[in-house]
Design a protein around this ligand. Sequence first.
Ligand code: 0WD
Ligand code: CA
Length: 378
Amino acid sequence: GTKRGAGKIEVAEPWNKLPASSLPTDPALYAGPFPFYRRPSELGCFSLDAQRQYHGDARALRYYCPPPTNGQSPNFDLRDGYPDRYRPRDEEVQERLDHLLCWVLEHRGRLEGGPGWLAGAIVTWRGHLTKLLTTPYERQEGWQLAASRFQGTLYLSEVETPAARAQRLTRPPLLQELMYMGYKFEQYMCADKPGGSTDPSGEVNTNVAFCSVLRSRLGNHPLLFSGEVDCIDPQAPTTQPPTCYVELKTSKEMRSPGQRKSFYRRKLLKWWAQSFLPGVPNVVAGFRNPEGFVCSLKTFRTMEMFEYVRNDRDGWNPSVCMNFCAAFLSFAQNTVVQDDPRLVYLFSWEPGSPVTVSEHRDAPHAFLPTWYVEAMTQ
Ligand code: 0WD
Ligand code: CA
């Protein structure tokens, strides 16, 4: 490599500095010990209201309120209220990192980790990291991640692929109703106040969101990311976030060993990746029957999900997920060298191929808003 220091000759070996041009995703390449992952700590939170307006507080946080366990099973009609009491978020609006940047801007002066911590960090959504974690095992959907470096920090923001956009615009009515049913389940399981009761008669408005902002580190990559949190369990052993948070999910009732196997291989991988990243310890699943009623609940502990596939040749491995994510973050760090909010590297991945990268400037890929860049430059 390049030698520095008194009396040493500077050896130019520019080929050593060229970033790799692609990154393979084969699981076998990422086996090995589980990498370092710092216990996630919550730096703060924010809420989005029914009009999708940002508030730097926890007003949208809801409280876990499971049905009484007096021998009866639940009977939640997930199709109730569809479509008349459904206010879906406008998915044509590309929010990119905006709400998270709003939070960073407001807190940049008093972040833990000391001055300069942010300059060495990666800022992104939890959902983007989830996609990275599951990439070595994903066989259906590709992704694109845009990356820019600004004041040292590496920002990662997802770009909807043309295929994903086409699918969204032609989403079959049954799939739209299925999406509603996931949110409806939250309404059956959450109260607006601690110790309050649920109100399934209200509207389901998917503009409303409570987001936790977390700090962690994967290998040598400090991370600042935010994820939407479904609710807090007021009865949890500890009231300290993120340990008191609960993730809610729905899934089809499993009727055969084949269905179970597929649930452990595909769904549990996604559930694990999503909740492991922010340190959410429990995922509460509502199993729906073919008529759309949840008749059983089961709590899955995030740290135990891997046990369902540990002895499965076609299962997933958390080390592979985390090692691949760490490798991607290094790949991105080495590719995005120039500090310029108008310069964007677009990382693209399709199943069966390696991750590739292309370089862009300004619209349409630049994603750090002028209001953010200007305020940070003050
Ligand atoms: O700009 C983008 N490309 C994205 C923005 C993609 C994904 C999410 N977002 C927004 C969300 O609207 C939300 O405000 O980021 C925020 C939180 O994101 P996240 O926690 O990083 O996302 P993820 O882990 O993928 O999803 C968490 C929850 C979902 O729960 P389930 O149980 O279905 O995984 O956020 C919700 C959903 O409830 N969610 C969304 N809500 C509205 N619009 C969306 C969406 N596009 N995606 C996920
Ligand atoms: Ca959920």
